[in-house]
Design a protein around this ligand. Structure first.
Ligand code: URA
Length: 436
């Protein structure tokens, strides 16, 4: 067997065997296959797709490319959560401490930003001192002691995904159902969760642009979950405009803290409560979804969710003085408003374009080696369907250079579209697909 024959087979639209997929994953993980050959194969998969069998074989090969965590020492059902990616998506940072405050055990491994989407790890790292890379024993100990740990995909879990994730990002091969399904499910299988809740984002700022493809991705991940004996629920959510108001790493931490203190934007609240109600149900802590939502609201009101977040930050080495006094988080050199030049109603805030703009400001990476500027980004002051007058503030730009500030101000006025006619707010929770 050799990689050239495997590339040729996929290039010519043939089905790869389990052995061929395993050969590629093992050799690539061990650096015995070069990035240029892996790129060719990934591009062929991107263009020609994979059958269900190939996707499942790829997922299992990736899951088994490193250690597979055994979390059975932790009493209780471990329910994991993952998003297929979005803009302004700070859901994990809010949701996981929230459900943890209600007794759901959380052992979460998150990713970095990919393409125009942000990553939870980059956001957590904007909290001074927060360590996202800790030893496995410490990770499990933290969950035992306080019920939650949130780290990066370190250790030796699904290393094949780690390499392929970065490769896909650098060769524009992210938006593929078999590649996303295998990437997410391999991590979930390797990280030892019993059950999984997936936020499958749909729309302009998501990798799935329409509901049909989002359904296909959800169905594929549910099938893989079933095969791996991990009950999976997919919640399809709208990602046409950014979620919440802030886009950028520390800016999203600030919004997450405000949310946990009760200041909740409507779209973010709907996503958090819906995903959370299913996490609580799958953890066996409440079958009534509406009651689960009420319990979460209660724990926001009584401060327990916020306390759990602080406990998490402290346990991971973070300085909670920054959380208590969130205004002390490091600020960008320039923070300036962008004023509306039109009146009417906000018609569109294309989240992909906003994600790209935030990345240009320094909130994301263009290459793997780029350093993130945690404090930069965009804070919206209006959302789609809001009324707007000339000279109303549309958003604030947080930038570290004057040149980027000015470019971003101009670009934002092009991205945020207004209409004279009233605009209907779009539905946020689009569909729920339950596995068994
Ligand atoms: N999130 C992942 O973990 N992998 C993908 O491919 C896309 C989103």
């Amino acid at each position: 067997m050799n990689i050239i024959d495997i590339i040729e087979k996929k290039r010519d639209k043939m089905e790869l065997s389990k052995e061929e997929i395993e050969y590629f994953i093992n050799k690539y993980t061990n650096d015995e296959i070069k990035d240029y050959q892996a790129s060719a194969l990934v591009m062929a998969i991107f263009l020609n797709g994979m059958t269900e069998k190939e996707t499942t074989d790829l997922t299992l090969a990736m899951a088994n490319s490193g250690e597979v965590l055994d979390l059975s020492a932790l009493n209780g059902i471990i329910v994991d959560k993952h998003s297929t990616g979005g803009v302004g998506d700070k859901v994990s940072i809010i949701l996981l401490p929230l459900v943890s405050s209600l007794g759901v055990k959380v052992a979460k491994m998150s990713g970095r930003g990919l393409g125009f989407t942000g990553g939870t790890v980059d956001k957590l790292q904007s909290i001074p001192g927060y360590k996202t890379e800790i030893e496995m024993e410490q990770f499990i100990k933290n969950v035992e002691q306080i019920g939650i740990s949130m780290i990066s995909q370190t250790l030796n879990l699904a290393p094949a995904d780690k390499k392929l994730y970065a490769l896909r990002d650098s060769i524009s091969c992210v938006e593929s159902i078999p590649l996303i399904a295998s990437s997410i499910m391999s991590k979930k299988i390797a990280s030892g969760a019993d059950k999984i809740v997936l936020d499958v984002t749909v729309g302009k700022g998501a990798f799935m642009q329409d509901i049909e493809n989002a359904r296909k991705l959800a169905d594929m991940m549910i099938k893989i979950g079933r095969l791996a004996n991990k009950q999976t629920t997919c919640i399809l959510t709208n990602m046409n405009e950014p979620l919440g108001y802030s886009i950028g790493n520390s800016l999203e931490i600030i919004e997450a803290v405000q949310f946990l203190k009760g200041n909740m934007s409507e779209d973010l609240k709907q996503v958090v409560l819906k995903l959370g109600s299913y996490m609580i149900k799958l953890a066996g802590l409440g079958n009534n979804l509406e009651e689960n939502e009420n319990k979460m609201i209660e724990n926001i009101k009584n401060g327990k969710a916020y306390e759990k977040f602080k406990q998490l930050v402290e346990k991971q080495g973070g300085n909670i003085a920054y959380i208590d006094k969130i205004e002390n988080m490091r600020k960008a050199n320039f923070i300036e408003p962008v004023y509306s030049i039109n009146r009417g109603y906000i018609q569109e805030i294309d989240s992909k374009e906003i994600g790209k703009l935030a990345s240009y400001l320094g909130a994301g990476r263009e290459t793997k080696e780029d350093k993130i500027e945690h404090e930069v980004g965009i804070v919206l002051n209006k959302k789609v369907a809001d009324k707007v007058e000339v000279n109303d503030i549309l958003a604030y730009i947080h930038a570290n250079s004057e040149e980027k500030l000015n470019c971003a101000k101009k670009r934002l006025l092009e991205i945020i579209k207004t209409s004279l006619e009233p605009i209907q707010k779009e539905q946020i929770i689009l569909e729920i697909i339950n596995g068994d």
